[in-house]
Design a protein around this ligand. Structure first.
Ligand code: S3P
Length: 174
């Protein structure tokens, strides 16, 4: 199991709509670990929503906050952590993930159309500034793919229900 193998954290990466938060919460419950969401931690720490931070500090300001918050969270144990979809754009984030030996990074993948569809079905689309810029969405997704693929493991979720994805995720990390 995850405990027996000395794993300290599972980190979920992938584009918006990949299911990082939904599956992360369920996986944490399954393992008896804590769940943390990088976006939520940043919002709580700053007292601003993600959209507010983008407006006030620009995307660069948000990326800097992501990098800093990740460093704080990666010290924790028995944690499932959902990254934001764009966190891997920062070299500092990629370096931290590569250096964190006892954490398992899992890439939740799906075709872009399915990801966008899932985002639009969820409440809070307005809280996703990157989703609003539909023109740039495909190029951003394509640019991030090689970074997502640096994960240790990958789970393709297309055609899977959330329950099926969870079972597959548990089997991967256990
Ligand atoms: C972003 C994804 C969001 C959030 C922010 C920027 C992105 O996270 O970090 O809105 O650049 O793709 P989710 O992947 O949880 O939506």
């Amino acid at each position: 199991g995850a405990q027996a193998s000395g794993l300290r954290a599972v980190v979920l990466t992938g584009f918006m709509g990949a299911g990082k938060t939904t599956l992360g919460r369920l996986l944490a419950a399954e393992l008896g670990w804590e769940f943390r969401d990088l976006d939520t931690e940043i919002a709580q720490d700053s007292g601003m929503t993600v959209a507010d931070i983008f407006r006030a500090e620009g995307e660069a300001g948000f990326r800097a906050r992501e990098m800093e918050m990740l460093a704080r969270l990666l010290r924790r144990e028995r944690m499932v952590l959902a990254l934001g979809g764009g966190a891997v754009e920062s070299e500092g984030v990629r370096e931290q993930l590569a250096a964190c030996k006892d954490a398992c990074v899992v890439y939740l993948s799906a075709p872009l159309e399915a990801l966008v569809q899932r985002c639009l079905e969820q409440p809070g689309a307005a809280e996703r500034p990157v989703l609003a810029d539909r023109e740039r969405l495909r190029s951003r997704w394509a640019a991030r793919l090689p970074y997502y693929e640096q994960a240790h493991l990958r789970l393709e979720t297309e055609g899977l229900s959330p329950a099926e994805s969870l079972q597959a995720l548990i089997a991967l990390v256990k």
